[in-house]
Design a protein around this ligand. Structure first.
Ligand SMILES: Nc1ncnc2c1ncn2[C@@H]1O[C@H](COP(=O)(O)OP(=O)(O)OP(=O)(O)O)[C@@H](O)[C@H]1O
Ligand SMILES: [Mg+2]
Length: 325
């Protein structure tokens, strides 16, 4: 990861309100050239608003966005050198794939021959050569996303912002496509912010991961560090930890670090709600006596409980969080 380079994108103390609702509160982070930052958070946490503010579609109440050290405050959207790619690729209808991709370099005033080379190179990068004359309406969802990426790349952005670009694409195609996206963006030295709600996708794709909850960036760091050391109980919950009240705070532990012991063992009693096969093993959903739903991942050798039965829940490795004053 090229972390020693100066950042391409710097967001500092960014606050945004929509109407009179404060949506982002003092968000700060940096992305280096060629680096991919996964931005994760639940619905309504402010992810799209953050991307819109970076690209210049929302005016921040406070804070700065810098590209290669330059403050973008007075720079209009189309001159920022930032590409934005949304969940549903918005290609120009009634224009061919080629015309869609060559559009960026042409409006930037590049000579025809240069725009032509750019468009062909970009289509080759996303492995869509041969589709030049197609009408976008005849493409599959995955093909459309690749053309949209080619169009973004052909415009030579310094920064690319991806807002759930794989959400509408089936799991089989998605795995290959996201790998290709990452490769193409890194190869071009583009700084990327990739928004996803999918925890596994975010941890897998990100050189670093940022978690946004309720408009505040709770943590930014290496995927393993963010996963293993959430800074607060809300972030732990978002990352899939089981959380139980304990004393003046909470204890949190991973489903894969939990086990179900026979009734009569030491530990909290739980009721089994559901059992399902995951491929690697089984996932058991249980309810504590205080009403929390918790998950336990069992391996394939485990003897499975039945819904309605009682067990005692125990776990290895846990984190403790105290209630904030
Ligand atoms: N025009 C608006 N006026 C007031 N509040 C708004 C407006 N647009 C969005 N919001 C609110 O801002 C918050 C953040 O919205 P945003 O679209 O950034 O969330 P998100 O993290 O992208 O969510 P999702 O995962 O569902 O896409 C939400 O609570 C939303 O209801
Ligand atoms: Mg959104």
């Amino acid at each position: 990861m090229p972390s020693s380079e100066p950042p391409a994108l710097e967001v500092h103390d960014l606050s945004v309100s929509l109407g009179r609702t404060p949506v982002l509160d003092s968000v700060s982070f940096e992305v280096a050239p060629g680096e991919l930052l996964s931005l994760m958070g639940p619905n309504g946490s402010g992810k799209t608003t953050l991307l819109r503010a970076i690209v210049g579609l929302e005016r921040p109440a406070r804070g700065t966005v810098r590209l290669d050290g330059r403050d973008l405050r007075e720079v209009p959207v189309h001159r920022r050198g930032i590409g934005l790619l949304l969940q549903e690729a918005a290609l120009f209808p009634r224009r061919t794939v080629y015309e869609n991709v060559a559009y960026g370099p042409l409006v930037q005033g590049r000579p025809l021959a240069e725009a032509d080379t750019e468009a062909h190179q970009a289509l080759e990068l996303v492995r869509m050569q041969g589709f030049e004359e197609r009408d976008p309406a005849t493409l599959s969802g995955g093909e459309r996303q690749r053309v949209a990426l080619a169009r973004t790349i052909a415009a030579h952005p310094r920064v690319v912002l991806l807002d759930e670009p794989f959400a509408a694409i089936d799991a089989g195609v998605r795995a290959g496509l996201r790998g290709e996206f990452r490769h193409v963006l890194a190869e071009r030295g583009i700084a990327t912010v990739h928004v996803t709600h999918d925890r596994e996708e975010g941890l897998f794709l990100g050189d670093r991961v940022a978690i946004l909850l309720g408009g505040r960036l709770r943590t930014v760091g290496a995927p393993a560090t963010v996963h293993d050391e959430p800074p607060d109980v809300e972030t732990a919950r978002f990352l899939g930890y089981n959380v139980l009240p304990e004393g003046a705070g909470w204890v949190a532990f991973r489903p894969e670090a939990a086990r179900l012991d026979p009734v009569g063992s030491a530990g909290p009693s739980v009721e089994v709600l559901a059992v399902g096969f995951t491929g690697r093993g089984s996932l058991v959903v249980v309810r504590s006596t205080s009403g929390e739903r918790l998950e336990v991942e069992l391996d394939r050798a485990a003897v499975l409980p039945r819904p309605g039965e009682r067990r005692v829940l125990n776990w290895e490795r846990s984190l403790r969080f105290s209630r904030r004053a």
